[in-house]
Every structure is written in C-alpha cells, then in structure tokens.
Design a protein around this ligand. Structure first.
Ligand SMILES: [Zn+2]
Length: 492
C-alpha cells in the first residue's frame, strides 16, 4: 500500500483524518483519530504497557503538558530546539533549507549545519521557492516549542515538546515515594507539541503528537549487570553509520562496541520485541546507529528503531543513551538534589531512553497489515490490536433472525468490542469487516433458531466453523488475548 492509499483508507474507515478539515486554511500537522483509530491506538498502548512497562516493573506517570520556562532552560530546549528555515521574498512561503536541497539534489543533507552552510548549499544547487520560483532569504533559525502565557500576566511557559521532561523533574520525588531501587524505568504516554516548520506526511511528522516514552535510570557503574545476560543471544539488525548492515546477537554487538553496555542491549531487545509482537516481521525491523555528527550533543549512543514500509524505512522509536545530561541539567537550574542512594553509594543516575512515536506506529501497523488483491483488502492486524473484535450478522432480515442476532450482539458487547451489521449481502459485510481488521465474524441463520449454533468465520483463513453460540465468549476471549509478558519470540 502506498503512503497515499494508507491516508485514504484512514479517512474512509475513520481511523484518522485531518483536524478541522471543513475549514480550508487549517494548518497541516494536526490529526483527529476516529473510532477505529482510537481503538487501535488504545490497544497498541496497552500492548506497550504490558510488554515494556509492566514486564520490566517500570513506573508510569501522567505529567502536565504545560511546563514553566525554567524546565526548558534546564533541558536545553530554549537554546537548542530549533530548525533552520528560509522565506520566499515574494510569496512569503516558508521552507526548510535542508529539505529543499535534499529534494533538488536527491542527496542527504546533515541536520546540524550552520546558516551560512545551508545558504551555500542552496546557492550551489540553485534552489528557488517551490511555490512561485522566486529567490529565497538567507537561513535563520526558529524555536519549535509552542509558547503559552499563564494567567493575565502571561507568564512564560511552553507546551512540552517531548513527554520525558516531567519524568526527569519528578524523578527524585518518585524515587523516594515509590521506594524503588536503581535501575528503574519511568514511563509516560501523552501528547507533545512541536511547531514544525513544514509538516508534510500525515502521521509521520505532526505538530501535535502522541508519544510513549521510557526513561531508564541506572548507576553507570552497573550498566553491565548480569541480569541482562538473558538478552545477549537475541539477534538484532543494525544499519551502521557507514551504510553497512549487520544482523548479530547482542553479545557480538556489545563486543564490537555497536552497543555500549548490557542495559542498552536489553532495552533494544525489549522494544524490538514489542513491534514483533505487534505483527511487524523481524526482517522489517532494524536499528539505525546514529553517527556522532547525527546525535544530539548530550547523546553517548543513539539508535533509531526503523520499520520497513512500502515506501521505505520509517523511524518509530528514538533510543538514546543520554548519560547524566538531563538530571544534571535540572539539578543545576533548579538547585534540587537529583542524586540518589544506590546500595550506599551516592549516584547521579544515567539515563537510557526509548522514545516511541505512537502515531507513526499506528500508521506502520495499518500499512504493514494490509493484504489483499484487487478490490479485496484485508487488514490482518493481530487480533489483540483489532479495534473491533467481533461482528454479528443475521443472514437475512426476517423470521426473527435480526432479533436473535441483536440479542447475541448485546451479550457479546459486554465483554468485547462488537459491531452489529444487517445491511447488504453477507459477502459485502464480510468484506467490510475484513478491511476494518475484525478478526472474527458471527453469522446467525435458520439453523441457529433450531439448535443454537452460529457460523464463526476467521478473517485470515476465511474458514468457517459451526459452533454453539454459548461457546463464543470463551473462543473470542482466547482469540483476542494479549501475548504473555515473558514469552515473546527470541531467536539466536
Ligand atoms: Zn514564493
């Protein structure tokens, strides 16, 4: 499925669509989720909660979206969270110089160049305004945080550009009140806001986005704790900065310095396992190892978990070894004490981060689960991710079948996300259910009235079996059950 087809399907089936679409000049980068999208998003987040957060005994918080200026002074966002832009002298359109040059030349441009470097590249490649062809201004920089004013005095504050700052700021309080020990992961799901200069691809680059972040705090002297040894046989694929690919057991990645320590290795395996459990094939998951030039200045090692979609590799999770940059920064600006006790040793913990983009992941799950030929499309989502779990159909709308079907629908609805449909031929109803990813359909016919059995149809095999209606709850429960926390596939 092409990018545009996914967007079209998303809109048609009510997974997601552009926010405020009836107004012509609504800026790009804002999305609404419809009913099926909400269902898929909630289930994916629940899978993350089970296979990452709960599995590793992490804490979960839900922090404020608006935070005071001082937080972003400490985090470095006030000074450094900027993107370069150029403006058309004639029509006023705004562009990113790096993207313009990339599109013109087909070659990658580093993200962290100075303004003069971008100007030189633009000059050399002859880049002009994409809208009107006029000359563009020199490069300036723009802070991507949304500023808000608190109260009548309009006290300076910002919408958070990432969820993790609350985790860092709250860390000392949580460490004390929750009576935990290092290493400890703290997780958060929520919205973040980035005033992107030119967001284009829906769901891939949003101005208001959903994140699921994990910050693991640890004693840097104990980053090679033997508790992580069980992950060392896991085989992961790496795309190295020199462009070569390597699929190796983590033990080897550690030996070669591709991964800095066992704690990092464990968390890379953990997050790859999440996407595998969600239905992404192992060969379509890789970690792009960022070179020193491509990493943020505080980052000691960085990996983008990428998933292969029909139009290329897309980054879904940023994995970052942030050292003590965050806690050190907040300690410096707030004057608070961010060091904690670790078996009698005073430690300013280091942080390993898994910053997951939920919207992108939803997009990737939809794209990678679509199968089918011609007009027949099936969204083969793992059943535990399907927003609608079961459809109930009467074969025909007479002789009491509708009433019987509605009655069964009412019962199933108590335990499952069920949908009732009695319009159109039965084949059309199956097709609609397949396209929406519904794993099971139940059809009631004349035999149902006689012996209480129904037809249970499987989305993926299209196989049908006759079962007593009374057995449906247990059969459906088994079908949509989440995978167990400690049993994800591990090769190697
Ligand atoms: Zn122009």
């Amino acid at each position: 499925m092409s990018f545009d087809e996914v967007v079209r399907l998303g809109q048609q089936r009510g997974f997601f669509f552009k926010a405020a679409e009836s107004y012509p000049n609504t800026p790009a980068g804002f999305l609404d989720y419809g009913p099926l999208g909400v269902g898929l998003k909630n289930r994916f987040v629940e899978l993350w909660r089970r296979l990452v957060v709960k599995r590793d005994g992490m804490l979960e918080i839900d922090g404020s979206q608006i935070l005071p200026r001082a937080v972003f002074e400490a985090s470095g966002h006030l000074a450094g969270f900027t993107d370069p832009f150029v403006k058309c002298g004639k029509c006023g359109s705004v562009f990113r110089p790096d993207k313009l040059v990339e599109e013109k030349t087909g070659k990658g441009v580093p993200e962290k160049l100075g303004g003069a470097d971008y100007d030189q590249l633009m000059e050399k490649s002859g880049v002009r305004c994409l809208k009107c062809g006029s000359k563009l201004s020199g490069t300036t920089r723009f802070n991507m945080m949304f500023r808000v004013g608190i109260g009548p005095a309009q006290e300076e504050a910002y919408l958070r550009p990432e969820t993790c700052q609350s985790i860092f700021v709250d860390f000392p309080l949580l460490f004390k009140t929750q009576r935990v020990k290092l290493p400890i992961g703290i997780a958060q799901v929520g919205k973040s806001f980035r005033n992107e200069i030119a967001p284009r691809q829906a769901l891939i680059r949003l101005r208001e986005l959903n994140q699921a972040e994990v910050e693991v705090f640890f004693n840097p002297k104990k980053a090679d704790d033997p508790r992580y040894d069980r992950d060392l046989g896991t085989v992961l694929s790496f795309r190295l900065p020199d462009g070569s690919d390597r699929s190796v057991p983590l033990s080897e990645a550690l030996k070669d310095g591709v991964v800095p320590h066992k704690l990092a290795a464990h968390h890379l395996a953990l997050i790859a396992g999440l996407y595998e459990a969600a239905g992404i094939k192992r060969e379509n998951i890789r970690f792009r190892v960022l070179s020193e030039e491509d990493r943020a200045f505080y980052s000691r090692a960085a990996y983008d978990l990428e998933v292969r979609l029909s139009w290329g590799w897309v980054e879904l999770v940023a994995c970052n070894y942030r050292g003590d940059y965050d806690l050190g920064g907040h300690a410096g600006v707030s004057g608070g004490n961010f060091s904690v006790d670790d078996d009698g040793e005073k430690v300013l913990p280091h942080v390993f981060e898994l910053s997951l983009g939920i919207d992108r992941s939803i997009f990737a799950l939809i794209e990678s689960s679509m199968t089918g030929e011609g007009d027949r499309r099936v969204m083969a989502l793992r059943p535990f991710l399907s927003p609608t779990q079961v459809c109930v159909f009467p074969l025909v709308n007479k002789d009491g079948l509708q009433e019987k079907a509605k009655e069964l629908y009412g019962e199933l609805r108590e335990s499952f996300d069920a949908f009732y449909d009695d319009s159109g031929a039965i084949g059309r109803r199956y097709a609609r259910a397949d396209e929406a990813g519904v794993p099971a359909c139940v059809t009631l016919d004349y035999d149902t009235l006689k012996d209480g059995t129904v037809t249970l149809r499987d989305r993926d095999t299209r196989g049908q079996q006759r079962v007593p209606a009374a057995e449906l709850p247990s059969k459906l429960a088994a079908l949509v059950r989440y995978p167990p926390m400690r049993n994800e596939a591990r090769a190697g």
